[in-house]
Design a protein. Sequence first.
Length: 446
Amino acid sequence: MQNILLLGAGRSATSLINYLKKHAPEENWHIRIGDFDIKLAEDKAGNHPNTSAIQFDILNEIQTKDEIAKADLVISMLPARFHPKVATVCVDQGKHMVTASYNSTDVDELSDIAKSKNIIILMECGLDPGIDHMTAMEAMDKIREKGGKLTSFKSYTGGLVAPESDNNPWHYKFTWNPRNVVLAGQGTAQFIRNGRYKYIPYHKLFTRYETIEVNGLGDFEGYPNRNSLAYRKVYGIEEIPTLIRGTFRKAGFCDAWNIFVQLGVTDDSYQMEGLDGMSKRDFFNAFLPYNKSASIEDKLCKNLGFSRDSEIFKKLEWLGIFEDKKVPINEGSPAQVMQAIMEEKMSLEPQDKDMIVMQHQFEYDLNGKKFRLDSSIVSKGDDQMETAMSKTVGWPLGIAIKNVLNGNIKLRGVQIPIKKEIYQPILQELNSIGVQFKENEITIED
């Protein structure tokens, strides 16, 4: 029997655990689920004969080493800051490791040792990053194999609310970590367009979005995120004139969100004073100029250039920022207060479903003609546990685990899923269970 150790049993691990349980009897696996909250681990393990649950503390070095020593493969669903620690112990003990999180320099430096131990440390094998890499590389490999020259690659992904559960003016609800949503885009977006490097600082990011139509779902706004330039080397497209990776939101979101960015209420760098006595109205007024006669509403509109009859104002009003009700927390940063206010209104209801939308846009030259290939996926959740986000993060991990333990994936060292040996079996099985990309290709006129 092969032993799988899963570290972290939160919402994002639900679909992964269900996948592993389903395949455990035929694959002869035992799945040990560890979480700091033993009740959570026990709930996820359930009564399945191939599972067990433990209370796990990553800060307990002795326990970490002992548990990893018992495993053939370790899955880290812990917060990203702990992945290097898990990877280091896995490499020391010669155990495979997989995770959905971004690779890092600390982990990458373990690659040669991992190869010498005949193990794989597979990073970025979830949705974004993960499915985005796999589907992009599959399409680009096909273009290259038929002699095409890639000239542009744009990719956008959004974790959103499904249309049937969309009942607020923002057309958005939290389907993932709310903190990541509030802090999204901080730093400087870096990309290349038509051979020219572009840099968008955070305070300008939500004014520099593109409107993109997704068939059957209407218009979305795509804004660049993080450092797209790094993916030229990752994807082997160093000479490409245009490369942009970004985030999707429904039309109208970015202009309204930009108000909060300009105010400074998404800042997470300091703790506020006096929150225990503040109303929501007081909180937002704290970031506006003093004017003894003007209302908060009027000051906000005047200073940030919109009107009371605008869609932006309607979104802000719906969120409750002008209410005299107390702010939800007594201490924290502006971003933490903002998150708490939003969670009151933007959390998923029990009957709500989430939705993942991903679209790749490729342009390439072939035999003297120019082509555009759009490739998109829309995936909806089943319920509050089997969310679209949980499925599209967890299923690629589960399929990768099966192929590593079966010996179908033989690559060693630190990897991300950009090689055919990894992405091909994962995409084939995803397609068979309903995660399918739809492609539309057209000839571009000069």
